[in-house]
Design a protein around this ligand. Structure first.
Ligand code: BGC
Ligand code: BGC
Length: 844
């Protein structure tokens, strides 16, 4: 088990330990039995946690009204209140019929099934859902539903909204006042489109930046995170009083993910935090104290586990600590189908979560079966009515506090439909200020600030790309598949540099590959990570993906020509970049700045006296190995007024092997390291594809090279008709754990081109260990593909790895089988979230 003294920022941790120790009061209750046995490491000691005062946020008259309302609700009505479905998987009619208490839009859902729906549609749907929820029936009075959305860096699902830097960048600003203003601006923009609830702020305290969600956290230092949380909650919700939240420009917040989402072993998303209770309290618990003091309305439980027990099923944590000891008086909501991961539960049935103290189930696509099972469990006494009543009361309290019972439809509330507030100049100015303050300068041998009037070259693949600079949770879940026109009003780093260079009397030229006609006075090279969210961003070592290291060569080439280079890194986390640090004359960490890319130019040109004030929110690594001594400590950051600082070349060995690109199994027609393509005819020995052309003995399945993008950039596979199915299999050298990807609705993407309509049915399946993971899935969609065109066929992993399969030991994610004839081109097999044609079972 890890102990506190090993953790990043341990000095700060000790300081907060002292603060917390001072607030400890003697135990007055005993821990109720937890999810496990008495001596389980997942048992808690509430008496070691501080007692916090929950502010009075509803009046006594509200309480009386809520009690009255509860009396009018029959069991089905109450069960509906505690369930939240995703708008992609329900209609307003469903909300009315099942009296659902809440809806959400997941990262990839939007009104009418359109993730990219314009802002007006969001407000129209808010009205539709509201009106449906108000219909009521005998035994169930109309109760306004609430709509939760992931406005995690601005109202980030909405086209045209202001996109603030992701939290890791805000951590670098060390400016709690700015954080509150960001919260207020975000709340105002949410109100324009009619939602009431944001699933933010993420108050995680990441201890291992290999975790793909680390950028959603402000810092690895609990004291810094804690210093922001109260301010962000106030910015979003307003002060914790009995004033109605919706009467002002506010929404309700959710601190997530309770608890220790940032403490899992090796930074595995949805993993297990194997830490003692003291670390749990002092590191990961610290941000919840100011959240509760400031009356945060909701807390979202984590997908992850603490010492082997899923948080959402741990009564000790959810009830005994969060509610009873810390005094949290709002509602506890689970994460996306996370209840299904609790021991003994499925997505369709999980009384355990409610019994542990959860008040609302986030049951995106599982809400209907869950509603049915929970109603039975209430009727047969598995779930005591008192617990259900408590959950419903907490939900109604949040609604009363919002003012929902007096307010009309979302479109009639303050700020609704004021489209000019979405991405308003005032909000963008706050975001631009945040960008300026978030930049961290790691090296400057004198090239910065850029000289007014100079000829500037802007290079690197990240220079002119708003989606790239905005990261995950931007319009789409992973922040992928977006185009420039989906960011009206935004500026890229290039656009900001160009206008600033020109305003200074100079010129600017954009050339991603660093080429130029006239020698520039200086070059800015923008490089770094591409967008990801959740587990798609999990990595095994702290290095940049091998396909993203190209700009290093550009930096070296420019330097060799005597051109000073400023490297600007877009990234969700500190990574091993010693070669880039050596190659550049100045090095700026820009994190994930969002829509106001011009803030970068403000500082590079020292516009209006701007300088670097950002400080590292976590240590910067010296090697790609997590846990090695850092290169730059937490808090490091240079300024330009210090002038040139000396530089000693850094060793360029990352200390680990270069990593294959995760989720890429076959590319340019070739199986990647750790994978092999196997062709098999049941009547002959299987053929493991090496050099092509090749075929199975007897020639039933043959493979040749064809051109795509580059010479021999794909393969053609031809299956001759036979009595038994022939197979084309992608085999893993060692079994892969795809359980998190499967749970997250990730797709298997096949980039292929049909030469002719398949002569016989084709199926796809996966292998787990030495047997099939599930039944083969028919692929009738293949026959609908246009001939001779490259298309991406998307098969949900959930179809291939059904519930109950050993999705943590996948030996092959792809077995195509057909009697033939079949002739097609195959370019790539990857994991992803968007294809041209969705095939297989329709999961959502
Ligand atoms: C994420 C949450 C998010 C929720 C709704 C989950 O997968 O973990 O952070 O709020 O989905 O989109
Ligand atoms: C949803 C996200 C959710 C994720 C769960 C995605 O399909 O769009 O909102 O967080 O699944 O892993």
């Amino acid at each position: 088990m890890k102990r506190i003294s090993h953790l990043t920022g341990s000095r700060r941790t000790m300081a907060s330990a002292l603060v917390l120790a001072a607030t400890l009061t003697p135990a007055i209750t005993f821990a109720a039995p937890s999810a496990a046995t008495a001596d389980s490491p997942a048992n808690v000691h509430p008496e070691q946690w501080p007692r916090i005062a929950w502010p009075k946020v509803v009046t006594d008259a509200d309480e009386a009204k809520i009690a009255q309302l509860l009396k009018q609700m029959d069991p089905a009505c109450k069960v509906g209140q505690v369930i939240q479905g995703d708008i992609a998987s329900l209609t307003p009619e469903d909300v009315a019929k099942y009296n659902l208490g809440s809806v959400l839009n997941g990262g990839n859902s939007g009104p009418g099934g359109n993730d990219l729906a314009p802002a007006k549609e969001w407000l129209r749907y808010a009205d539709l859902f509201y009106t449906a929820s108000m219909r009521g029936r005998p035994g169930c009075p109309g109760i306004p539903m609430i709509w939760g959305t992931d406005a995690v860096h601005g109202h980030s699902n909405i086209i045209g909204a202001t996109l603030f830097p992701h939290n890791v960048g805000l951590g670098a600003t060390r400016d709690p006042d700015l954080i509150e203003r960001i919260g207020a601006a975000t709340a105002a923009e949410i109100r324009v489109t009619g939602q009431e609830w944001t699933f933010a702020p993420t108050v995680t305290v990441p201890q291992d930046y290999r975790w793909g969600r680390a950028y959603e956290g402000y810092s690895s230092d609990p004291a810094l995170v804690a210093s922001y949380v109260g301010r962000m909650v106030r910015g979003l919700q307003g002060p914790p009083t009995t004033d109605r939240v919706l009467a002002g420009p506010h929404v309700i917040a959710s601190t997530k993910h309770f608890l220790a989402d940032g403490g899992t072993t090796d930074g595995h998303d949805q993993g297990d935090a194997q830490i003692d209770e003291t670390t749990l309290r002092l590191v990961h618990g610290a941000p919840y104290l100011p959240a509760i003091e400031n009356g945060v309305a909701t807390v979202m439980t984590s997908f992850s586990s603490w010492n082997g027990v899923k948080i959402a099923g741990n009564k000790g944590l959810v009830t005994d600590i969060l509610k009873d000891r810390l005094g949290f008086g709002g509602l506890v909501v689970t994460d996306w189908n996370a209840h299904g991961q609790i021991a003994g539960c499925t997505n369709a049935s999980c009384p355990q979560a409610l019994l542990a103290g959860v008040d609302m189930y986030m049951a995106p696509d599982s809400w209907k079966p869950l509603y049915g099972s929970l109603l039975k469990q209430v009727q047969d006494g598995t779930v005591p009515m008192a617990r259900l009543d408590d959950a419903v009361t907490r939900i109604l309290r949040v609604k009363a506090r919002l003012g929902l019972f007096e307010m009309g439809a979302p479109s009639t509330r303050p700020l609704a439909g004021q489209w000019n507030l979405l991405g308003s100049p005032e909000h963008r100015a706050v975001a631009r200020e945040a960008v300026r303050k978030s930049l961290v300068l790691l090296k400057n041998t004198g090239v910065l600030p850029l000289k007014p009037g100079a000829r500037l070259l802007v290079a690197g693949d990240g220079a002119d790309d708003v989606a790239r600079q905005s990261g995950g949770w931007t319009i789409t879940w992973q922040g992928t598949g977006l185009t420039r026109d989906q960011f009206p009003g935004a500026t890229t780093l290039w656009e900001g540099l160009k206008s600033t260079a020109e305003a200074s009397g100079g010129t600017a030229e954009l050339a991603p590959d660093g080429s130029f006609k006239q020698k520039p006075d200086a070059a800015v090279v923008v490089f770094g990570e591409t967008p990801y969210a959740e587990f798609q961003g999990d990595i095994r070592s702290l290095q940049l993906r091998s396909d993203l290291t190209g700009p290093l060569a550009t930096m070296r080439a420019l330097k060799a020509k005597g051109i000073p280079v400023v490297a600007v890194m877009l990234t969700g986390r500190p990574l091993f970049v010693n070669p880039e640090l050596n190659a550049a004359d100045a090095f700026v960490v820009a994190w994930l700045p969002g829509s106001e890319g011009a803030g970068v130019a403000d500082v590079l040109y020292a516009r209006d006296g701007a300088d670097f004030t950002g400080r590292l929110p976590t240590a910067w690594p010296r090697t790609a190995r997590h846990g090695d001594d850092p290169l730059y400590a937490y808090g490091y950051g240079l300024s330009m007024k210090q002038g040139a600082t000396p530089w000693t070349a850094l060793p360029e060995d990352p200390g680990v092997a270069a990593e294959a690109v995760p989720g890429v199994y076959l590319q340019r027609g070739q199986a990647q390291t750790g994978w092999s393509l196997v062709l098999a005819d049941p009547y002959a020995a299987p053929h493991v594809v090496g050099p092509v052309p090749a075929a199975t003995p007897g020639g039933r399945v043959a493979i040749t090279a064809i051109d795509k993008d580059v010479q021999e950039g794909a393969r053609r596979i031809v299956v001759v008709k036979g009595p038994e199915p022939a197979t084309i299999t992608l085999e893993a050298a060692s079994p892969r754990d795809l359980s998190r990807e499967t749970n997250g609705d990730v797709l298997l993407l096949l980039n292929l081109m049909l030469d002719a309509k398949p002569g016989a049915p084709v199926t796809i399946s996966a292998r787990c260990g030495s047997g099939p993971c599930g039944a083969p899935v028919a692929l009738p969609e293949l026959a609908t593909l246009p001939l001779g065109e490259w298309k991406t066929l998307a098969v949900p992993l959930k179809c291939l790895l059904p519930a109950g399969s050993t999705s943590n030991a996948v030996s092959s994610p792809l077995v195509l089988a057909t009697r033939g004839p079949l002739s097609f081109g195959l370019a790539s097999v990857t994991l992803g979230t968007k294809g041209d044609i969705l095939a297989g079972c329709k999961v959502r």
